[in-house]
Design a protein around this ligand. Sequence first.
Ligand code: NAD
Length: 354
Amino acid sequence: MDIFGMHEFDGHERVVFGYDEATGLRSIIAIHSTALGPAAGGCRMWPYASTSEAVTDVLRLSRGMSYKNAMAGLPFGGGKAVIIGDSRKSKSPELFHAFGRLVGSLAGRYVTAEDVGTTAADMEHVAQVTNFVGGLGRKPGEAGGDPAPKTALGVFLGLKAAAKFRFGRSDLEGLSVAVQGVGGVGYHLCRLLASEGARLRVADVQPAALQRVRDEFGAVVVPATSVLCEQVDVLAPCALGGIFNAHTIPAIRARVIAGAANNQLAEEKDGAALQLAGVLYAPDYVINAGGIISVAREYAGGATESQVTSEIHAIPGRLMEIFERARREARATNVVADQMARERIGRGARRLVA
Ligand code: NAD
């Protein structure tokens, strides 16, 4: 495959393929940019059907981390790792030791953490062989721990900013919000929304998760198959990626999309389709940065919970800037966010050269 010629390659600084015969580790680490600091992004374990599928995914995710970290104002660049394998069958401490040695060989240019298919326990094994790993759990008196409530706080504040921009209102009393996925992030988002009087409609594929938000917050359960078409003010996707596409966008009745899920747009052009449909889209990697802010500060050490919370409170201001600029320039919000991220990374790169 012509990696340099791939659309997803997009100027990656380094792509490293790691193989360990003893454990069968097959891993790829992609470093998109270190202009703003060491490339930070999690390690995904997934049974990719082919090496080219894994390469495409790691490159796309790694660039996404550059943009996310830049827009969150973190002193980190973007990178990502994948391990090709089934996380339910092929894990062992030795596999993560071998992965840790691969991370260590990059001498701090890449910092890993858990992602889909890997856990904090797996990262503890990585930490036995390298220091370049985060998401390990909280030290007493310092920030860190489960990122989901932090992500939910950022989404909540971002959703309020979007509602203010679109509906001109500062309170949530009576605002209807459909939440797709009430797991780690969705549950906490529902809690915050309910505390300010929003009316919740929720969907999930796990009955226990639904029962909890119905009992605790009086949420109305709606079918998972039609939650994206609910007649509500705001749609908050907190489950899956790739959900906004040519098929789903015409059926959306909400006027605002503000949720935690990563890669919500199937393709970049779907942002323009949402704009044309009159839907205000809060770019996912900007609104869902609360978790990475917490993980990054935990990795760096020395930050308190209140410092992390105050950094998360900067998310709505960043979104407002994107919304204003998109309106002024008649462009889609995702396009504006990508450009702002590239500008921030470019400024970092120029500082390195200077
Ligand atoms: P989670 O696995 O805890 O929760 C996801 C929920 O979605 C689960 O309850 C699951 O049953 C439900 N779900 C799955 N398929 C569904 C469907 N078809 N319809 C409705 N519900 C469905 O995950 P999470 O940590 O809450 O993360 C949610 C999303 O936010 C993911 O896309 C994740 O990548 C993204 N995200 C999470 C964080 C974080 O801090 N956890 C940070 C940034 C982005």
